[in-house]
Structure formats: C-alpha cells, structure tokens
Ligand binder design. Structure first.
Ligand SMILES: Cc1ncc(C[n+]2csc(CCOP(=O)(O)OP(=O)(O)O)c2C)c(N)n1
Ligand SMILES: [Mg+2]
Length: 385
C-alpha cells in the first residue's frame, strides 16, 4: 500500500511537469493528497470487483491495472496511451474500470447500472461508484440510491469529500455536510480518508455488506493539495496556511510511513529507496512517452462503441464514418446482462433511418462533386480554346 500511494503521488508529479511543459494539453485534474482513498479501497477489492469514478482518475487507472507509462502516454495524447491518446486525462478505462467521467455525478447512476449487471450475473462481485462533495447534491445521486436500494444492488456509493467542489467550500454548497448520512434508508459510514488503513477496513466491511444487504454509502473525508485542475492555483478560495497545515499534519503517506516504521514493518532506508526507485521509474516513463507519436487522423472515429449495433456512426453527415476497431478489445472481459443479446446479424434493411439519410446525403454530395468537377473540366477546355 505504501508503494502504491507513492506511485500515485509521483505519477501526478510527472503529469504536473508534463502539463507545464505543454506536453499534456486539455484537462488535467490531479489526485495529490487523496491517495489513501484509492489505495485503501483497492486493497480490499477482489480482482473481479468493478469501479467507476469521476475525472480525477489517474490514481484509480493505475490501481485498476493500467501501467503508469500508458497513463502518461494517454495524458500526452500518444498512440501508446491506454486509449490510444483519444481519451486524455478524464477518460481512461480497463477491465472492470469504467473511467474516468467528465460529467459531474454521471458516473453514479452508471455505477448503479453496473451493479444491476453484476446482480444478474450473480457471481458475488460488487461495483464501487465514487463521486465528490460537489456532486453530492445532484438529483441523479438520490435517484441512483433509490433504485439501488429497491433492487438491493451490490453497489458501494463513495463520496470523496475533499471539502471543495472547484472553488466552492462544502459548507457553501451543502446544507448538510454529513454526506454519509444523506441516503436514508441506505446505511452510511464516515471514514478518515487520509488514513489508508481506515479506508481499507471500511471497504472490506462494505464489500461484504452490500452483497448480502444491498447498497450503502461511505464518506471518505479527504483533501486535495493542488487546485481543482491545472488551470486553478487553488489559493484564491482557501489559505496557503490551510494547505500547509493539512500537508504537515494529515498527510496519508507520511503518517503511514511513520506508523510502519514505528511498528518496525519498514525502515527509514527502505522507504527512501522505494521513493527513489519509483521517482526514477516514472521520470523515465515520462521521457519515453515524449518520443512516442500520435494516432493518424483516420483513427479518430475508431473504437467508438464496443457492441455497436449500427454499421455507421450517427450524425457524421457528409463523412460516412463506419464503426471499426483498432485498440485493444475488452469484449471477452466485459460484463453482459443475462437478458441482453447483442444483435450481430445486421442486414442493410436494419440500418437505422439516420444512417440511410446520411448515405443519401453522401450520395448527393458525391453527385454534386462530380458535377462540379465536370463543370471545372469544361471551363478549362473553354479557356484552352
Ligand atoms: C454536470 C456538470 N456540471 C458542472 C460541471 C463543471 N464542474 C467540473 S468539476 C466540478 C466540481 C465538482 O466537485 P467535486 O464533485 O467535489 O469533485 P472534486 O473536483 O472535488 O474531486 C464542476 C462543477 C461538470 N463537469 N458537469
Ligand atoms: Mg470535492
């Protein structure tokens, strides 16, 4: 758990540096400060458990099985990225890990849906759906609680309360900051999210509980050290003192290190060596990624859906893009509802109307281009004459 927490922290340091060098473009939300939440929960999860989170997802991507070098490559938009550079910071996925979601709160009902699939599969696994204090007041969160409770879905709803939603402090956005108690009749646990052992214990309890009793909530009280995203210095709505205070008294990594050394599970030297090795490995990964290339433009519309039922991609008017797959396929591994049968026998008459329209438009465009070319030819002929 110590190496994992350090890896998450150093990974974000490399991401931060790559962003400042303009190698990472677009969005980038760092998880620094919150490492105990992901590492503690992950250490209690079974390999067949599933998870979905919001956009602060680099740490989770690593823990769910994406190698750090593929995460850095994804951030840099390179071909060797876990999504071939097309997802970027907020959209990373692997077996049992459904991202990486940029729409605040949207991952919570999705997580309940994954829970429904798992219940149908009846293999005794659970889905964990994480969201922030900033998402906790949305209607869809309560709708997801409700249906998950009615259907006794094996879902753990985890509110990562880092005290801020962008620049808004929790007291200003929520009339009750007891996020663990807001899902009545769902039971809730309040946990120190800066303590990796507490997070592990809570997750162990919850994984067992939700399989037997249905969903529950965990509030992980944590803190983010950097601003909301790379474009936010993070000091206009909170004081530098507050951040320094958190880092020096509640830091998950240094507190765990002291505890482990105190109990003679680790030595100071071992800790230093682990840190140096991880730093070196990640720095080298960052350098390697910079030399990688981006995908070719025609791959932009590949891998749009996994089980696509339509031959063409809707609304790509004028450019009739077909579904095709280039990236790694997860098809064999993903969960399928028992009642769900994908339609593999599509015949032309089954092609949805939008695509037929699009085909007709494409034909019209081709016709117009042909006409224009003939006109151009005859013009040139005239000129020559
Ligand atoms: C539906 C929706 N509304 C607004 C936004 C803009 N937005 C991005 S992050 C954010 C704050 C979320 O805060 P929180 O859930 O506490 O997560 P944290 O950033 O603290 O991890 C908002 C409002 C969005 N992405 N999606
Ligand atoms: Mg927050």
């Amino acid at each position: 758990m110590y190496t994992q927490m350090l890896t998450v922290r150093r990974l974000e340091e490399v991401a931060n540096a790559m962003y400042k060098e303009k190698i990472v473009r677009g969005f980038c939300h760092l998880y620094t400060g919150q490492e105990a939440v992901c590492v503690g929960i992950h250490s209690a999860m079974k390999p067949h458990d599933h998870l979905i989170t919001a956009y602060r997802c680099h740490g989770w991507s690593y823990l769910m099985g994406i190698p750090p070098i593929e995460i850095l490559a994804e951030l840099a938009g390179r071909e060797s990225g876990c999504q071939r550079g097309k997802g970027g910071s907020m959209h990373m996925y692997c077996k049992g890990f459904y991202g990486g979601n940029g729409i605040v709160g949207a991952q919570v009902p999705l997580g309940a849906g994954v829970g429904l699939a798992l219940k149908n599969e009846a293999k005794g696994n659970v889905c964990i759906a994480l969201y922030g204090d900033g998402a906790a007041n949305q209607g869809q969160i309560f709708e997801a609680y409700n249906i998950a409770c009615l259907w006794r879905l094996p879902v753990i709803f985890i509110c990562e309360n880092n005290e801020y939603g962008m620049g808004t402090q929790m007291h200003r956005s929520s009339c009750s900051i007891e996020y663990y108690a807001r899902g009545v009749p769902l039971p809730g646990l309040y946990v120190d999210g800066m303590d990796v052992c507490a997070m592990r214990n809570a997750a162990q309890f919850a994984i067992d509980f939700v399989q037997k009793e249905g969903p529950m909530i965990i509030e992980a009280h944590t803190y983010r050290y950097y601003g909301h995203s790379m474009s936010d210095p993070g000091t206009s709505y909170r004081s530098r003192d507050e951040i320094t205070q958190m880092r020096s008294t509640r830091d998950a990594i240094s507190n765990f290190r002291e505890r482990a050394i105190g109990k003679e599970l680790l030595t100071e030297e071992e800790c230093k060596k682990m840190d140096a090795d991880i730093k070196k490995e990640l720095r080298e990964a960052g350098e390697k990624v910079k030399k990688d290339k981006e995908i070719k433009p025609e791959e932009l519309w590949a891998d749009v859906y996994m089980d696509n039922k339509e031959v063409g991609i809707r609304d790509t008017v004028g450019n009739f893009h077909k579904h095709f797959r280039v990236g790694k396929t997860l098809e064999k591994d993903h969960i399928k509802l028992k009642s769900f049968k994908s339609d593999l026998s599509l015949t032309p008459k089954d092609i949805p109307i939008e695509i037929q329209e699009s085909e007709a438009q494409l034909a019209a465009i081709k016709e117009a281009q042909k006409k224009a070319a003939t006109k151009e030819k005859s013009k040139n002929k005239e000129k020559k004459k």
